[in-house]
Unconditional design. Structure first.
Ligand code: FE2
Ligand code: FE2
Length: 328
């Protein structure tokens, strides 16, 4: 009996499916459900005081810290809901695009993106509940531009173009959140406070999202031609523009409701700097996407170190062992 040898591309795609399978292997264990939180704990005086430490580095700024955290997490919840809906849209369109190969036919990509979408919807649910709990205000924009943001992904583009643009738009925010999660862990190593627990549990899912983003930005991106890459950048620029609009509108909304100038909060200043640097350096000189750790320079490492206690974002820096007698 003879068998046809698998082509290099088929072997490569099977290898990619295995990698996605490994990323998702513990998705049912390392996750959370919002029912599991002790919600009334979120607004105890000690928990509200910790927000000041997070946002200002000292106690005594509870009102400004509260407004800042409400603004950031309400805005994030809005973006997460959009990521979730857009991922469902992309998955629904896959059958319309025959010839995508093993990656679309196997269950691994479908599973990874489905879990990602489901988790983001629960994050959105959780963060909206949290910000209402700690502030007592209704932090939602009357016009959240949802239809326009979704419309960017409703063209007849290749599904990988849409998925890469979406993951890259989420990636910057997810990387910044990782830095904030690390800051909370550094300030509250025993995770006594609600916010630290919230960021930690959110981070269980986010650690996988980051791996899926890296997979998408490296492996799926490699499968696009130049024209498709340009189109991906166009959609990404469109969603980034809307994210900036949301940021401005949430700053105004929460600033008004809380009577606070959020731009004066120290953590907001660091966050803006990190976000801007990540966004402007997301592509290397050849136009290829790079990870948040690949884009760091000494100045940014120093900023991260001062803020979160570590000079890296996702990957620990790799230090090669030198042979005896050779300086590293
Ligand atoms: Fe999330
Ligand atoms: Fe995420």
């Amino acid at each position: 009996m003879s068998s046809t040898p698998a082509s290099d591309t088929e072997v490569h795609n099977l290898h990619l499916r295995d990698r996605l399978g490994e990323i998702m292997a513990l998705a049912h264990v390392n996750t959370f459900h919002p029912n599991a939180f002790e919600w009334p704990e979120a607004r105890t005086p000690e928990n509200l005081a910790f927000l000041s430490t997070m946002a200002y580095g000292t106690l005594g700024h509870e009102r400004g810290a509260n407004a800042y955290i409400v603004k950031e997490l309400a805005q994030l919840a809005e973006m997460e809901r959009h990521v979730s809906a857009t991922m469902a849209l992309i998955l629904s369109e896959l059958p319309r695009h025959p010839g995508l190969g093993e990656l679309s036919e196997g269950h691994e990509l479908h599973h990874a993106v489905s879990c990602f979408a489901a988790e983001e919807l629960q994050h959105s649910n959780t963060f909206f509940r949290y910000v209402r709990e700690i502030s007592g205000i209704e932090p939602q924009l009357t016009d959240n531009h949802f239809a326009e943001r979704l419309a960017l992904f409703q063209g007849d583009d290749h599904p990988w173009i849409k998925l890469i643009a979406l993951c890259l738009s989420a990636y910057v925010g997810e990387s910044v959140m990782t830095v904030f999660e690390r800051r909370a862990n550094q300030l509250d190593p025993e995770r006594r406070y609600f916010l630290t627990q919230l960021l930690h549990l959110h981070g269980l899912d986010e650690a996988r999202h980051i791996k899926v983003d890296h997979f998408v930005m490296k492996e799926l991106y490699a499968q696009l031609n130049d024209e498709q890459r340009q189109r991906m950048r166009q959609i990404l620029a469109g969603i980034d523009d809307y994210n900036r609009i949301l940021a401005t509108e949430f700053t105004a909304l929460i600033g008004d409701l809380a009577g606070v100038d959020i731009s004066q909060v120290p953590a907001h200043h660091v966050q803006m700097t990190i976000t801007q640097r990540f966004r402007e350096r997301l592509f290397d000189n050849h136009g290829n996407p790079r990870t948040a750790d690949e884009l760091l320079d000494a100045e940014l490492q120093q900023l991260l170190n001062g803020f979160s206690g570590e000079g890296h974002v996702h990957a620990k820096p790799y230090v090669a062992l030198a042979p005896p007698g050779v300086d590293n």
